[in-house]
Design a protein around this ligand. Structure first.
Ligand SMILES: Cc1cc2nc3c(=O)[nH]c(=O)nc-3n(C[C@H](O)[C@H](O)[C@H](O)COP(=O)(O)OP(=O)(O)OC[C@H]3O[C@@H](n4cnc5c(N)ncnc54)[C@H](O)[C@@H]3O)c2cc1C
Ligand SMILES: *[C@@H]1O[C@H](CO)[C@@H](O)[C@H](O)[C@H]1NC(C)=O
Ligand SMILES: *[C@@H]1O[C@H](CO)[C@@H](O)[C@H](O)[C@H]1NC(C)=O
Ligand SMILES: *[C@@H]1O[C@H](CO)[C@@H](O)[C@H](O)[C@H]1NC(C)=O
Length: 486
């Protein structure tokens, strides 16, 4: 490990006006920070400026509403260079962003007008057969991870559809196709390599109970993760794909979703029922997954027997199932979430009513997609892991409904954000009125809108998280980066 203390000391002469104050650096000082980083990092890393293709890629997100124009971008290639960069940012109090796969829809969570750190060069996957784990770079998307592991006959419990980043997904939770069997993705982490806010590079495992607890749900609050070690699972062929239904089949599909959610207890079977209002009409794209080459009879038959507008379900590789499910990205977009305990017929009907209601209502405001993802899991989904920042409660089977709105005009941002909140509240009210105790149920970090109170995501874990944060980052270096902050 190399400590470039000299670069920190030298910086004091370059940026005297910003040291020891909380005033953000001016843009010319930001340029000096960029130059300083460029000089301090090794040849494995690089700094990019507006006009270069790397700069554009480093600031780009799944939805362009999450993009900001940074002063420069840094692509660190080693943990030591992450450490050097983080120390320079901390000592100059320069705002910065940390981006993995860039799929978060909250503005400023993995973007900045300061120094953007893109983890793209952390792109290796190393499988260790003996420990049945894989070391995975935080610059990757899950598709690439599955592709690299496929020749070894193993998978990890990661993203369910194409394109999603490893880093934010794992650090926030990670509802995955094996959740009924192994829990959230964060439950399958055996180690994080972490660059702490003071620049130290450490391996965080269960032997460090506070940080291990905090990183599992705590995103960038404790530093920058440079490697994930995840459990692997031996798999050959699985079964799944998408089946799409038109608006004429809604009563039958509605009943099939509620039946699946209440009756299917085989942990290998899962669905995501995406209720979409697009191009002026309602459609349900049901993504089905079975963790084996052929599902036993009685699990998906009802779905298969309803007349569909398209279907693309087969026995295939795990990667192929994931790539069969792609979510169209609009120009602008945001996620939000409502939590329920059961997908009863009433709950499912309310979701479809919301889809139609807001699809019609928001059409004139430039809606591209109004979508609600029903995500049924077994009630014991949180029983597979030890305590972690998220979820705050493990003995109750809370289930997410992911709201995903996409639109075109920037002037409609507030309208869509307000609609997401109203609609999530409406779904909560319907569940509460039918006897589900969810008025204060936890909300999933990776789906929640930016202004969601921390208490609603982290619950009773918040005091402990704040204590850990104060110990690990006393100068609040990570407060210079956006996101949910302890
Ligand atoms: C199409 C789509 C499908 C999705 N499917 C699922 C799903 O099936 N299950 C599920 O649980 N969620 C799902 N999500 C939500 C997803 O988990 C979040 O968007 C997640 O944050 C994406 O991770 P990322 O690395 O792409 O995000 P980014 O935008 O790059 O980062 C998200 C957050 O993580 C922080 N971060 C990134 N890298 C690091 C690092 N190395 N160290 C410290 N902090 C870091 C960022 O600073 C930011 O705050 C989906 C999202 C989309 C858009
Ligand atoms: C980024 O820069 C590297 C070289 O520094 C280059 O190999 C790579 O292709 C660039 N990526 C993009 C998206 O331009
Ligand atoms: C499955 O359907 C989706 C959505 O229409 C499509 O994007 C994908 O290419 C299809 N995959 C296969 C293997 O047919
Ligand atoms: C449909 O949703 C709207 C908006 O939330 C609500 O006002 C209305 O009462 C709902 N209708 C039914 C039949 O549930």
């Amino acid at each position: 490990m190399v400590w470039k203390i000299s670069t920190i000391v030298a910086l004091a002469t370059v940026l005297p006006s910003t040291l020891g104050t909380s005033v953000p650096p001016s843009s010319s000082n930001l340029q000096q920070v960029c130059t300083k980083i460029q000089r301090a990092i090794s040849s494995a890393s690089a700094v990019f400026y507006p006009g270069s293709a790397n700069y554009t890629a480093d600031n780009a997100h799944w939805v362009s509403s999450s993009d900001q124009s940074s002063a420069c971008t840094v692509e660190p290639g080693t943990a030591t260079d992450v450490s050097i960069t983080l120390q320079l940012l901390g000592s100059t109090k320069a705002p910065f962003g940390v981006k993995g796969g860039g799929h978060i829809t909250n503005v400023g969570f993995s973007s900045t007008t300061g120094v953007q750190i893109s983890m793209t060069r952390f792109s290796s996957v190393t499988y260790d057969k003996k420990s049945q784990t894989a070391d995975i770079g935080p610059g990757l998307i899950w598709d690439d991870v599955y592709a690299a592991l496929e020749p070894h006959g193993v998978i990890v419990a990661g993203g369910r559809v194409s394109g999603v980043g490893v880093a934010g997904f794992t650090l926030g939770g990670g509802y995955n196709w094996l959740t009924n069997q192994v829990g959230l993705t964060l439950d399958t982490v055996t180690a994080f390599e972490l660059v702490k806010p003071d620049g130290k590079i450490v391996s965080v495992t269960a032997a460090d109970p506070d940080l291990f607890f905090g990183l599992k749900g705590g995103f960038n609050n404790f530093g920058i993760v440079t490697k994930f070690t995840l459990k692997t699972f031996s798999r050959d062929k699985v079964w799944g794909g998408v089946i799409g239904y038109g608006s004429d089949q809604m009563p039958a599909v509605q009943a099939a979703i509620a039946r699946f959610a209440s009756k299917v207890t085989d942990p290998k079977a899962q669905i995501i029922a995406a209720c979409n209002f697009m191009d002026g009409g309602l459609q349900i794209d049901n993504i089905m997954f079975y963790d084996g080459p052929t599902p036993p009879p009685g699990i998906f038959d009802e779905f298969m027997n309803i007349p569909s507008v398209f279907t693309n379900v087969s026995t295939r590789s795990f990667l192929s199932v994931v790539q069969a499910g792609a979510v169209p990205a609009g120009a602008r977009g945001a996620f939000h979430v409502a939590t329920v305990l059961e997908f009863t017929p009433t709950t499912v009907a309310a979701v479809l009513n919301e889809t139609t209601f807001w699809g019609n209502k928001l059409a004139d405001d430039g809606a591209f997609l109004v979508s609600y993802n029903i995500e049924p899991f077994l009630p014991n989904l949180f029983s597979h892991g030890a305590a972690s920042a998220y979820p705050p409660v493990r003995n109750t089977g809370y289930l997410p409904i992911n709201l995903n709105f996409a639109w075109t005009p920037a002037k409609s941002d507030t309208i869509f954000h307000t609609a997401l909140k109203e609609s999530a509240q409406q779904l909560t009210n319907v569940a509460v009125h039918t006897g589900q105790a969810v008025s204060q149920a936890p909300l999933y970090t990776n789906y929640a809108l930016a202004d969601t109170p921390l208490e609603r995501m982290y619950g009773d874990h918040l005091p402990r998280l704040r204590t850990i944060k104060a110990q690990v980052d006393p100068h609040n270096v990570m407060g210079l980066a956006g996101g949910f902050k302890f």
